[in-house]
Write a protein that binds this ligand. Structure first.
Ligand SMILES: [Fe+2]
Ligand SMILES: [Fe+2]
Length: 208
C-alpha cells in the first residue's frame, strides 16, 4: 500500500475506533457515529463529490460527536428535558471535539476539524457554535448535520418514541432551507432508498 493510502486507512480506523468509544458511553446511541459516517458518505456521492471527498466526510462522520467525551454522563443519558446549565455543557461538544482533534495535523488540513466544529450549525444561521449561515458552513458539516438528525430520529430514546423512516424523511424535507441545506436535502431524497438499506444493515442483530 502506498504511504498516503496507508495514512488515510489508519486515519479511518482510528476515527471509527474513537466513534465507537463515544457511542459506548450512551446505551441508546449504539452505532450512531457509524450511521452518520455511512449516511454522510452516501450523501456526498449523491451530491456528485469525488470518492476521496466522500471518504474525508465519512471520517468526519465517525468523529463528529467525539467532544461528547467532555459532557458528563449524567447529562448524556438524562431522561427528559435538560436545564440551562446542562444545555450549555451539551452545546460545548463541537468546540471540545475540535480541540481534541486539532493536534492531528491531517485532520485539520483535510477540513475534518472544521466539519466537527460546525456540525450543529443550521443553514438559516441559528445553529451553534458560530451561527454560521448557508455556504459559510463547511459542506461536510452541512452533510453531517442531516445524517446526524436522521440517525437521531431513528434511534430509540428513553423519553420519546422513535420516528419511522418515512416520518423522518418528511421532517427533513420540512426543514429544508431552515435547518438543512436544500442541496443536501435533494441529494437525500435521491438516495433515500440506499440510505434506508445501509441503516437497516447497520442495525441488524449481530452487526455489533
Ligand atoms: Fe467507516
Ligand atoms: Fe453533535
Amino acid at each position: 500500500m502506498e504511504s498516503s493510502k496507508f495514512v488515510t486507512a489508519v486515519l479511518h480506523q482510528f476515527a471509527e475506533s474513537l466513534g465507537n468509544a463515544i457511542d459506548a458511553k450512551d446505551p441508546y446511541t449504539s452505532s450512531h457515529s457509524e450511521e452518520v459516517a455511512e449516511v454522510s458518505h452516501t450523501l456526498a456521492l449523491s451530491m456528485g463529490m469525488s470518492p476521496r471527498e466522500a471518504d474525508i466526510i465519512h471520517v468526519a462522520g465517525h468523529l463528529h460527536d467525539i467532544g461528547k467525551i467532555g459532557v458528563p454522563d449524567s447529562v448524556l443519558i438524562k431522561k427528559g428535558p435538560l436545564n440551562a446549565g446542562e444545555w450549555q455543557a451539551v452545546r460545548k461538544h463541537p468546540l471540545v471535539g475540535a480541540d481534541i482533534l486539532r493536534p492531528v495535523a491531517a485532520l485539520s488540513s483535510l477540513g475534518i476539524v472544521g466539519m466537527v466544529l460546525h456540525h450543529h450549525e443550521r443553514f438559516d444561521g441559528t445553529g451553534y457554535p458560530s451561527r454560521l449561515k448557508g455556504a459559510a458552513i463547511p459542506i461536510g458539516a452541512r452533510i453531517i448535520a442531516l445524517a446526524d438528525s436522521l440517525s437521531a430520529m431513528l434511534q430509540d430514546r428513553p423519553y420519546r418514541a422513535t420516528k419511522g423512516f418515512d416520518a423522518a424523511c418528511e421532517e427533513i424535507v420540512r426543514c429544508s432551507g431552515k435547518q438543512f441545506d436544500p442541496s443536501v436535502v435533494s441529494a437525500f431524497e435521491k438516495s433515500a432508498g440506499k440510505i434506508l438499506s445501509t441503516m437497516s444493515l447497520l442495525s441488524s442483530p449481530g452487526k455489533k
